[in-house]
Design a protein around this ligand. Structure first.
Ligand SMILES: *Cc1c(COP(=O)(O)O)cnc(C)c1O
Length: 392
């Protein structure tokens, strides 16, 4: 049985939308870009949606819009895809990591509150110790919180927003894994000053590559629209540039595919939910295997990946190898950001700095997951897991 790690869920209508574009000369900045954006305002109630060519580009524009610059501090999570931290490094800002909730893998608000009060205690080692290899990274002021809705489950946004308000901080919600999820009945991405979605082919909808920022801030929206378009402000001509900008525009083929996919968002999410339910029914009863935990505040989970955790007594990497040998692709999820080589080099973090993140990083394994998986495929994967676990 052929089983893929992930798969886009495309119909002929989705493909037809792209063909419609390539039969015209307008391959960028045409009508599909605003039409795609409007689907996000309609879905979430956000005032503005700004499409870009990746989720990373979207997060980067939010960092610029929030005025985060060299030496500024941003509280964020080491248990994420690296992009959520990289966008801070692009502006020479300093990530201040706090550990996570062991149940959900989302950033722990109690630790955010403590970090906002006692920031020195949470600074990366190389900003504190003056005689290490990369010593004396100068830090300035705490500016923002950047939570991530991990694996499609919203972070505890009410608590995070309360801390942000108390401390005058901006909030950038990385919802790149959580399109369509709701927290206490409200859409992921709408809680902070900015929210970002992403559409790489393993995400809930895909545009090939792409992202969307949502915000209700008029000025920030204008600024981010200018920055994605080489810094051209409203009124600028093609060769005049008010700001230092980027080419972060989405193309029309991608926007058309995304627009078509958004018409089916509910169906896409429901199919993924069904696959998750098939997994849970089979895996929950295997001793030594933990299935994902969904908080009561998560009124809709938007299943992005399906990550199980093995008991600490089991050897995750050995089991992963055995699963691969049986034709079941798997992936450790996540490898902690603070232990990535370039992060260690720059900031000096060490193993042991974020124990919950590291524990989940050692025990977590993403199994094949997409909305196009059949129950037979899920059964095959679960049977393989049952066997390799029982062999020890
Ligand atoms: C997918 C993802 C992104 C953005 O990814 P792109 O590949 O740049 O679209 C950002 N943050 C998280 C947590 C993600 O999972």
């Amino acid at each position: 049985m052929k089983i893929s790690m992930s798969s886009p869920d495309l119909t002929d209508a989705d493909r037809q939308a792209v063909i419609e574009v390539i039969n015209t000369p307008v391959l960028s900045m045409g009508k599909f870009t605003p039409a795609f954006e409007k689907t996000f305002c309609d879905l979430t109630g956000a005032k503005h949606a700004i499409s870009v060519n990746s989720g990373t580009a979207g997060l980067h524009l939010c960092v610029r819009a929030a005025g985060i610059g060299a030496g500024d501090l941003v509280i964020t999570t080491p248990f994420s895809f690296v992009a959520s931290t990289n966008v801070l490094l692009f502006e020479n800002a300093i990530p201040v990591f706090v550990d996570i909730d062991p149940k959900t893998g989302n950033i722990n608000p109690e630790l955010i509150a403590d970090a906002a009060k006692n920031i020195e205690k949470y600074l990366p080692p190389n900003t504190r110790i003056s005689n290490t290899r990369n010593s004396n990274i100068e830090y300035r002021k705490l500016k923002a919180i950047l939570p991530v809705d991990v694996f499609g489950q919203p972070a505890d946004m009410d608590s995070i927003n309360a801390i942000a308000k108390q401390n005058g901080l901006a909030v950038i919600e990385d919802s790149c894994e959580a399109l369509g999820a709701t927290y206490k009945g409200k859409h992921a991405g709408t809680f902070g000053d900015y929210g970002v979605f992403a559409f790489y082919p393993n995400k809930q909808i895909t545009t090939g590559e792409g992202g969307v920022i949502i915000t209700s801030d008029d000025k920030a929206a204008d600024f981010m629209r200018a920055l994605r378009n080489q810094g051209r402000a409203p009124g600028d001509t093609w060769l005049s540039h008010t700001y230092l900008g980027y080419n972060y525009r989405i193309d029309e083929m991608s926007a058309a595919m995304g627009h078509a996919q958004m018409q089916r968002l509910d169906e896409l999410l429901a199919k993924r939910e069904q696959v998750a339910a098939w997994y849970e029914a089979r895996l929950a009863e295997i001793p030594g295997v933990e299935v994902p935990y969904v908080e009561p505040t998560t009124t809709r989970m938007s299943w992005f990946v399906y990550v199980i955790r093995f008991d600490a007594k089991l050897n995750r990497d050995a089991l992963a190898k055995k699963l691969e040998a049986r034709g079941v692709p798997v992936r450790p999820y996540f490898l902690p950001i603070h232990l990535q080589p370039y992060m260690v080099e720059k900031f000096g973090w060490r193993e042991g700095d974020f124990p919950v993140t590291e524990d989940l990083g050692r025990r977590g394994l993403a199994v094949p997951f997409s909305g196009v998986m059949s129950e037979e495929q899920v059964e095959y994967v679960c049977q393989a897991i049952r066997q390799v676990v029982s062999e020890g």
